[in-house]
Design a protein around this ligand. Structure first.
Ligand code: DON
Length: 568
């Protein structure tokens, strides 16, 4: 697919320090989506071809995978505003060439004025709109702090990493059909949830080939370039955020912004049949649930049963039911709740959890409240492997598509609606149908539980895969299936991410399947007593494999979107 090019292409920027030479490799008006590439040195896969290109450019300029991850995230904040962000949060998981694993948590936090029942009406019923729409839905953004926390592991100066994003915001880029559709779909929300006009709204509908220019965002990025975290969490940008809060009943204060800190955590690392899986710890549920899922299926002959055989799917579904039940009961911000980590991931416990699983017969989720799966889910994942032996997996989010749909006036970036990831009331499903308990209730300064699961697979301490996906509650099961596809069924990276997916999350008690899921398999599952529902596509998984035999990098972007790989 090729996107053309309405503006003449003198690719230089107003920004003097922008090394034109280097930026010139970037063609924002003429670019191609590359689904599968095979390269020797370094590779980047992300949700947008321009962002992947930025990351690959940084690798070619001598940056390592961390440099590329920072630059790619910043580019995504410009070219993929539905989920790329500076007004949201995320997680970075890395394996460094010195053998160390790292995990950086830049999840949003609840503002100091947040309280447990803040999204309930006077009768104690949840008012969903409050945790989803507008400034009150926003947690304190973490991304910018996360990028600077990541700089500790980077090689290049920050200015080099942010300049391509500034360039793309300042000069604009040509949008794809999917970009246009996203902007058109949310036009009404942008108008309703903003008191000033945003660049995302124009009179006639957006179409592929239009140019999106974001001058205010370019200005904010320039402040960050020049002042570091203070360019975002203090001064003009912070004042603009608080002004937005004041216009829209939000509660984030100047103090909240100034106090925000990204956190380094110990990565979750566990063994699966000789592979080491490295992934994100709490406050993401992703790592611990993935460890549970892999642990629960490890003793069964999956590779013998075969890809998407009724036995394999049933086993995986029953494991998913149990992991998500534990998630709802036990998991929350570890700085606030005591989570029985060792017990939840104990091999004996996991084996025992599967003892009441009856082959050929559906289990039951012994609960009645059911959530609803939304069709549109936007977060975004990027995977990077460099030439030096470093690998990075980052998943970052505004939560819903375009987050709270509120743009900070004069600063040009979208605020997240991550507060909805808290359990606004025990047992009441959030926008992904997930239920929670006290462990994930709202409290000042607490981080809302996430499902984001940026993941690496190591073999003999060398990186074999970097992968991850958006998809709300389906993130964990998508990563799980991709790993099983690759490690048990021996699939290529492209097949491992693109084959039809299924999902069970305890509640609602149903197996959700993608549109292209085979009817015969659905019938087998129904024959066992499962309720099977067809839904939209699940996730957009990005993957890179460093094939040890050839040393080639195979990088694949998901077929389900504009996801694109770049490398050299
Ligand atoms: O952190 C989480 O689990 C959610 N806020 C992720 C949302 C998401 O993946 C939406 N996108 N596709």
């Amino acid at each position: 697919m090729r996107y053309l090019i309405l503006l003449g292409m003198t690719v230089c920027t107003l920004h003097t320090a922008c090394a034109q030479q280097k930026i010139n490799d970037l063609h924002p008006y003429d670019y191609t989506i590359e689904k599968d590439i095979k390269v020797l040195h370094g590779a980047v896969v992300s949700a947008h071809p321009l962002a992947s290109r930025v990351g690959a450019m940084i690798l070619q300029q001598g940056g390592n995978a961390v440099d590329a991850a920072i630059a790619t995230q910043l580019a995504l904040a410009v070219v993929y505003p539905g989920a790329g962000n500076i007004g949201g949060g995320g997680f970075l998981v890395g394996h460094l060439k010195n053998g160390r694993n790292i995990a950086i948590d830049y999840r949003e936090t609840a503002p100091a004025k947040a309280y447990r029942d803040m999204y309930l009406d006077s009768a104690g019923n949840p008012v969903t709109q409050l945790s989803l729409d507008g400034p009150l839905a926003a947690g304190i953004p973490g991304t910018v702090a996360g990028l600077f926390a990541s700089m500790k592991y980077a090689k290049l100066p920050f200015v080099k990493l942010i300049d391509p994003a500034i360039f793309l915001a300042e000069k604009g880029f040509v949008i794809t059909a999917a970009d246009a559709e996203g902007l058109n779909t949310y036009k009404g929300d942008f108008e309703k949830l903003n008191t000033t006009k945003t660049v995302f709204v124009k009179n006639e509908p957006w179409k592929a080939g239009d140019t999106l220019v974001q001058k205010e965002l370019a200005h904010t990025l320039t402040l960050i370039r020049n002042k570091g975290t203070a360019g975002f969490y203090q001064g003009e940008t912070a004042a603009n955020m608080v002004a937005e809060m004041n216009r829209g009943k939000g509660i984030i204060s100047l103090q909240d912004l100034k106090n925000y800190k990204a956190r380094e955590r110990n990565a979750v690392a566990f063994n699966y049949k000789g592979y080491t899986i490295v992934t994100m710890p709490l406050p993401s549920s992703g790592g611990i649930c993935l460890q549970q899922l892999m642990g629960m299926v490890e003793n069964y002959p999956l590779s013998q049963w075969g890809f998407q055989s009724p036995q394999s799917i049933q086993l995986m579904v029953e494991a998913e039911r149990r992991a998500y039940a534990d998630r709802a009961q036990f998991l929350g911000d570890p700085d606030f709740v005591k989570v029985p980590m060792a017990k939840l991931t104990d091999k004996k416990y996991l084996a025992a959890r599967m003892q009441d699983f009856t082959p050929g017969k559906a289990g039951s989720s012994d609960h009645t409240k059911a959530g609803v799966f939304p069709e549109s889910e936007e977060t975004t994942h990027l995977s990077i492997i460099d030439d030096e032996g470093n690998a990075i997996a980052v998943t970052t989010t505004l939560n819903g598509h375009f987050g709270s749909r509120t743009v900070v006036a004069k600063s040009g970036f979208l605020l997240n609606n991550e507060m909805d990831d808290f359990s606004v009331k025990p047992g009441v499903p959030n926008m992904y149908g997930l239920v929670g308990t006290e462990a994930n209730s709202i409290a000042p300064h607490k981080r809302m539980l996430s499902s984001m699961t940026p993941t690496l697979v190591l073999q003999q301490n060398q990186v074999l895969y970097s992968l991850g996906t958006p998809g709300g509650s389906t993130i964990i099961t998508s990563v799980f299936q991709t790993l099983i596809n690759a490690l048990e069924f021996g699939m290529s990276p492209s097949d491992a991410i693109n084959k039809p997916k299924f999902h069970h999350q305890w509640l609602p008690d149903q197996v959700a399947v993608e549109p292209d899921f085979p009817d015969s398999t659905i019938q087998s599952l129904e024959g066992m007593g499962y309720k099977v529902v067809k839904r939209g596509y699940i996730g957009r998984t990005e993957i890179i494999k460093r094939a040890p035999e050839s040393r080639y990098l195979e990088a694949s972007g998901d077929k389900r979107g504009d996801d694109s790989a770049a490398g050299y």
